[in-house]
Design a protein around this ligand. Sequence first.
Ligand code: KG4
Ligand code: ZN
Length: 341
Amino acid sequence: MLVLGLETSCDETGVALYDSERGLLADALFSQIDLHRAYGGVVPELASRDHVKRMLPLIREVLSEAQCTAKQIDAIAYTAGPGLVGALLVGASCAQALAFAWDIPALGVHHMEGHLLAPMLEEQPPQFPFVALLVSGGHTQLVRVDGIGRYQLLGESLDDAAGEAFDKTAKMLGLVYPGGPEIARLAEHGQPNRFVFPRPMTTRPGLEFSFSGLKTFALNTWQQEQKGDASDEQTRRDICLAFQQAVVDTLTIKCRRALKLTGLKNLVIAGGVSANTALRQGLEKMLGEFNGQVFYARPRFCTDNGAMIAYAGCQRLLAGQHDGPAIGVQARWPMEQLLPL
Ligand code: KG4
Ligand code: ZN
């Protein structure tokens, strides 16, 4: 089955062609980062308008890269939520219009299920069951995964998502959007142990997270140290390192707890923050103690992309699922509501 995948939940237009027999044939992405950078974050209206402009050229691009014609496509998978409603509607209406014109089925895919299954596109995919740490700009969740659609939420953030904490902290430090990669870059030249940030909610039991206090801690540290000198580059780097280390340690402590609780040995990390090298290293070290393994996607497939939507959609379409002709998207959509395969 050849599936066209469309992702438009936020600030990336992602398009891909995935074939159930041959694997990923092509994927193309347009990132709107430059468009939103001047505003320090995503402007929903601008995002929707840009998806409209990019979608058809990207579809043509993947068809040409895969040397396929539109007639060969068997089904269309698109992100139906969670995300920005206007942005989601662009992908949904485009998918439904093309599905109608080509007389093929369309299926709305859950964005976080896409992220969760992205490591399946790699050469050594994880086997079910596993624990998944989903860390993106909008979500921080620990999930027990027994199969596609068989998700049990173990814990999540009570306030900011991990990626959101990176982005907000970066903004306060005067860094550009998106903050995650910027903080990671500056942290490489940070001096260890100059600042020590708290590891929120790690001293009490449970698998919940809270990251909103870290940005305040970063702001207070920055204001105290800076003393009116915004050009103190080394202090900025040292704060980035201390902040990143606090996030990595906190996530690692909670992942260890989730593995102990479930008795599982394999951990999947997915979503934009799973591209973070320090997080990967921290988790790999911890998994070493467990004799377990950590799985993640290549960096391009950690952040938003069309390939993960094409892959996740393909699994569900193969099982016979598809939507009716109505165009419907959901800003909020708990993953546990998904049907098991
Ligand atoms: O999954 P994603 O592309 O979009 C959402 O579904 O939210 O994640 C974007 C988030 C942003 O908050 C961004 O700052 C963060 O992922 N991110 C990173 C890194 N790359 C992206 N955070 C930390 N380190 C990185 N290398
Ligand atoms: Zn995402």
